[in-house]
Write a protein that binds this ligand. Structure first.
Ligand code: 6GU
Length: 224
């Protein structure tokens, strides 16, 4: 899979993709990531990417020319399956969307800033708009990192244990059961006996019960 990211803050995206799973995906050639500075596509002397909004009001808007120039230039190298705008007024991001996106070949992520981007870019180029939750970030970069991480780890061959992505919280609409590792006793806090029993059927049942209990308590909305 190839993912291009268009941003006014490329520095912000240098860290997140050079560690752990996403680094492994890149090293194995399963994922390639291109980070592109929107300022490289400006048409004015002062490399302007934003301007006042028509109709007045506080906050700048990302201009149409650099965005379209960048999108069209990048589209010459990759035929995008989705052009995604990261924005707080987008569709709420979910594991289901991550699963869908992980089946694509080429994605372009556009990071919003300021008051957003000129609506004509959304109308004519963007195929999907994503928000990562009901709070406001100063830009779409951290959201783009969230999308790349959650999609990248689903690519076949990235995770060691082929089944482990399937037992994640949300993958089966339940939160994960609690997990423990050595030592079996720390201070006077003991690991549940059942996990030491070696009885895999009982352990599976226990884990399912714990998942249900946790989901009921913390996320009853998932059980509806
Ligand atoms: Cl995608 N962008 C911004 N700026 N804020 C957000 C968001 C995205 N998702 C949640 N909050």
């Amino acid at each position: 899979m190839h993912i291009d990211i268009l941003t006014v803050l490329p520095e912000l995206l240098e860290g997140p993709f050079n560690h752990s799973m996403i680094k492994r995906a890149r090293d194995k050639g399963l994922l390639s990531i291109g980070i592109h500075n929107l300022r490289d596509y400006t048409t004015t002397k002062y490399k302007q990417v934003d301007d006042y909004q028509y109709g007045g009001g506080a906050g700048m808007v990302m201009m149409i020319e650099p965005l379209v120039k960048a999108i069209e230039h990048l589209s010459e190298s990759h035929k995008y399956d989705e052009i995604i705008f990261l924005t707080p007024d987008g569709e709420n991001y979910s594991q289901k969307m991550a699963n869908e996106l992980s089946l694509q070949k080429n994605l372009l992520l556009i990071c919003g800033h300021y008051k957003g981007i000129d609506e004509r870019v959304r109308a004519h180029f963007v195929s999907r708009e994503i928000s990562i939750g009901d709070y406001v970030l100063s830009g779409g970069e951290l959201a783009a990192a969230v999308v790349v991480d959650s999609v990248g780890r689903l690519l076949p061959g990235v995770l060691n244990d082929e089944t482990s992505a399937l037992s994640d919280s949300f993958q089966d609409k339940l939160l994960s059961a609690p997990v423990f590792t050595r030592p079996a006793t720390f201070r006077d806090w003991k690991v549940p006996d059942i996990l030491l029993s070696g009885d895999t059927k009982k352990i599976d049942d226990w884990r399912y019960e714990q998942s249900l209990k946790r989901t009921r308590k913390r996320r009853p909305d998932l059980l509806k």
